[in-house]
Design a protein around this ligand. Sequence first.
Ligand SMILES: [Zn+2]
Length: 141
Amino acid sequence: MQTSNTFLYSAAATRRLLANATRTIQIREFFYVVWVWVKGQRPTFISKRRYKTEFVASRQRAARALQVISQHHGYFGIVYTVTSSQPAQPAYQVEVAGTHIACTCEDWANQIDRFGKAVCKHGYATLQHLGHETLAAYLNR
Ligand SMILES: [Zn+2]
């Protein structure tokens, strides 16, 4: 089972940080850093701060390929329907109510389980639709 740390310091996140999509990767978590070994290369360390920055940045980048296609009043706030330009991708419902942003996707549920708070790429797409790049910018509007 994934813990909050294996969710943050994952092989997928390491591949994004190192722009290395195919090689075998081993990772070991230390207090401030993650030890990374890519097959055929010398081991290196990556700071946990870089993983946390990439965790948000990767979702903000992915959000730019999404569109908010409709909105309606939901039970708690405004519900935005967010979809990608690829027809096979499902649409997700993002509800914005005050300082709370909820989504129907698995990533949002996983983040809530592990961190107690969450913004997924659909949430960032909705924030961008509302004119804010980050959750902090939205909360401080
Ligand atoms: Zn989502």
